[in-house]
Design a protein around this ligand. Structure first.
Ligand code: THU
Length: 130
């Protein structure tokens, strides 16, 4: 878990968040054990910005992976920063219900761990289209 949290902290420092000043870092472990980081990237046309989680998912997919097995995320300071609703659904595409999502402080201390099922109950996923 430490390696994942450290990767999220490192990714957070790359955030482009000049409008909110809320820097977010996320890291995702794939089915091969490899870690992929991502940060939020805001835009002068505000709605065009995106969250840290899709950045990490993009890195994971581009590396040739297709499963998320563990997630770490942090925002500013020590208030709980859980993935937003849209990000929960994006994680859902590649993760099963029991995947752990570690929410941490800016300095990498663990605040709380959730399962994806806890954050996104009764979810809609790829199986629904099978
Ligand atoms: N943000 C994320 O990167 N991930 C989340 O799950 C919550 C929100 C970003 C989006 C925006 O750049 C900033 O945090 C403030 O909302």
């Amino acid at each position: 878990m430490r390696d994942l949290i450290d990767a999220a902290m490192k990714a957070r420092l790359r955030a482009h968040a000049p409008y909110s000043n809320f820097l977010v870092g996320a890291a995702m472990r794939d089915e091969h054990g490899h870690i992929h980081g991502g940060c939020n990237i805001e835009n002068a046309s505000y709605p065009q910005g995106w969250c840290a989680e899709p950045s990490a998912i993009s890195a994971l997919v581009m590396a040739g992976s297709r499963r998320i097995t563990e997630v770490a995320v942090m925002g500013n300071g020590s208030t709980l920063c859980t993935p937003c609703g849209g990000c929960r659904q994006k994680i859902r595409e590649f993760a099963s219900a029991e995947v752990k999502i570690h929410c941490c402080t800016e300095t990498g201390e663990l605040i709380q761990t959730f399962t994806l099922e806890e954050l996104l109950p009764f979810s809609f996923g790829p199986e629904n289209l099978a």
